[in-house]
Design a protein around this ligand. Structure first.
Ligand code: TMP
Length: 236
């Protein structure tokens, strides 16, 4: 039932299926950073990101968040619902890090009183610029109702994931989500939730257990991804 390759992104390939409403996502070990300027391979990453995303999306479904997940087909491949992707990177931050720390000239590790949700325009050519709500609706990327739904889902996902990781000795610093629209207009969670798209710090030691090890040449990249998978599976 897997048909032609529709799209190859930096970390995943998307295939058509016999059913026009379903797609197959295939996770690669390829890693990029800084808008594709840095390239590499993280051995075993595709398997980990596939399993972790699927596990978390199933938990989120039970928690009232609609997602694109349908069925895990293999170590690297998953059947998902086809959506029209909303071209926004929806970022939720609990602690300062990464581009936030750089943009505002603060140290990493500053805990916020409340989570900060921000949006970037998904455009490699433009370098994913930060967007205000008014800019999103001005460009008709979403309606204001859709944007409210996306923000509410993002905050609910944050509450769930923060508690989930905290029970496993991991601090959820920040993460990126993408949403899509079904043909009936319903907004659902799409893309992935993995160490590529989250910052996860060991709560006891502060050690970074995510893609920042690759971005910043910290070493121990594969080990960090495996450690996250081990913690995820420890307490299923
Ligand atoms: P940032 O601090 O670099 O803006 O990243 C915020 C979060 O978003 C972090 O958890 C990593 C994730 N992220 C992606 O998933 N894809 C990206 O292209 C970027 C830049 C960040």
């Amino acid at each position: 039932m897997k048909k032609e390759l529709l799209y190859e992104g930096k970390a995943k390939k998307i295939f058509a299926t016999d059913d026009p409403q379903l797609l197959i996502v295939s996770y690669k070990d390829d890693a990029t950073a800084f808008n594709g300027q840095k390239k590499g391979t993280i051995r075993g990453k595709g398997v980990i990101n596939n399993r972790m995303s699927n596990f978390l999306m199933q938990r989120l479904e039970r928690h009232g968040i609609p997602t694109h997940f349908v069925e895990e087909l293999s170590d690297r491949e998953t059947l998902v619902r086809k959506v029209e992707i909303v071209p926004l990177e929806v970022i939720v931050r609990n602690i300062s890090a990464g581009s936030f720390a750089k943009r505002y000239g603060v140290e990493e590790g500053m805990r916020f009183g409340a989570p900060a949700v921000e949006f970037s325009y998904k455009s490699d050519e433009l370098g994913d610029p930060l967007m205000a709500d008014a800019h999103i609706t001005a460009l008709n990327l979403t309606s204001s109702e859709e944007l409210q739904t996306i923000r509410a889902y993002a905050l609910k996902i944050n509450d769930f994931l923060k508690a989930f990781w905290s029970e496993r000795g991991i601090t959820l610093v920040d993460f990126k989500l993408e949403f899509g629209r079904l043909p009936d207009g319903k907004i659902i969670l799409a893309d992935e939730i993995s160490p590529d798209t989250c910052r996860l710090w060991d709560s006891a030691t502060g050690e970074k257990l995510d893609k920042d090890r690759f971005r910043r040449d910290l070493g121990g990249v594969e080990e960090a991804y495996s450690e996250i998978m081990k913690r995820l599976e420890e307490h299923v």
